[in-house]
Design a binder for this molecule. Structure first.
Ligand code: ZN
Length: 277
């Protein structure tokens, strides 16, 4: 009877043990799940133990300037105000020159424009006219312009001997200028640009500076001295160090002079006298 009873109980016991064992397994699985939830982020190796992957505490190097892009994930844009010194532009100069004055009517207007525009120029004057308008010569001088010698009578110096050039034309002109200003000009421009080679050599040897021109505005030529023609000529022929030929005794020059100054300034030029180039 006893055996029979045990025979009935045993399967039940075995079943109970199996159930308890199953419960233990289930409990272990729950424990693992809790562990996973409570300690993120673990790495569960496939069919292995739960392990936590510990990142080594590697100190990132301090980024240098220029390494920003290599950092990849963290890009910080920093606006830095850098004061940039502009490259100095090469100084470009031109000289405005006015021949054949002083003239009672147009020279004062030329001087007014130059004064208003704060431009210094060079006046190649005629001795005869200086004698007639000493006050205008003084004004030129007092306003800072360079006064130079253009002969006394505007004759063709190629027809004179070297001694006559000095005695009749250059000497008297520079002398009257010195009487008015205290300065004896040794800068000259021959009328029409006309001078024999032996006279060129002679004047240079005796200390004169001969100045011709490199850009003729043709303001003296009524067939081609409309303002737009003069401006076009300047825009086509301007160059650094240009000596620009104009005159201070006619309406064409006074009409176009403000635009001449504006055009040259827009081209980047500053104004100088012929001895400042
Ligand atoms: Zn002249």
């Amino acid at each position: 009877m006893q055996n029979k009873k045990w025979g009935l109980v045993a399967p039940v016991y075995i079943l109970l043990v199996l159930l308890i064992s199953a419960g233990t397994v289930q409990s272990n699985q729950l424990y693992i799940n809790e562990l996973l939830e409570g300690n993120p982020p673990p790495q569960v190796l496939k069919e292995g133990p739960v392990v936590r992957v510990v990142q080594p505490n590697v100190q990132k190097p301090t980024p240098d300037e220029g390494d920003v892009e290599e950092q990849g994930e963290v890009e910080i844009e920093v606006e830095v105000e850098v004061e940039v010194t502009p490259e100095p532009k090469p100084l470009r100069k031109v000289a405005l020159t006015f021949d054949d004055g002083p003239d009672a009517h147009y020279t004062p207007r030329i001087l007014d424009i130059l004064q208003a525009e704060d431009v210094l120029a060079t006046f190649f004057v005629l001795g005869e006219y200086v004698e007639r308008h000493p006050e205008l010569l003084k004004r030129m001088f007092n306003e800072g312009h360079l006064i130079a010698n253009h002969s006394r009578t505007h004759g063709d110096l190629a027809l004179l001997t070297n001694e006559e050039i000095i005695a009749l034309e250059l000497g008297p002109t520079s002398q009257v200028i010195e009487n008015l200003t205290g300065c004896y000009p040794m800068v000259m421009r021959p009328p029409y640009g006309s001078l024999r080679q032996d006279s060129v050599n002679f004047l240079k040897e005796t200390g004169w500076h001969i100045v011709r021109w490199s850009l003729d505005t043709f303001d003296w030529d009524s067939r081609r001295n409309k303002p737009e023609q003069i401006i076009n000529r300047i825009q086509a022929q301007h160059h650094n160090g240009a000596i620009i030929l104009m005159h201070c005794n006619g309406p064409a020059t006074t009409a176009v002079l403000p635009d001449v100054i504006k055009t040259l300034r827009e081209l980047g030029y500053e104004f100088a006298t012929v001895t400042q180039l």
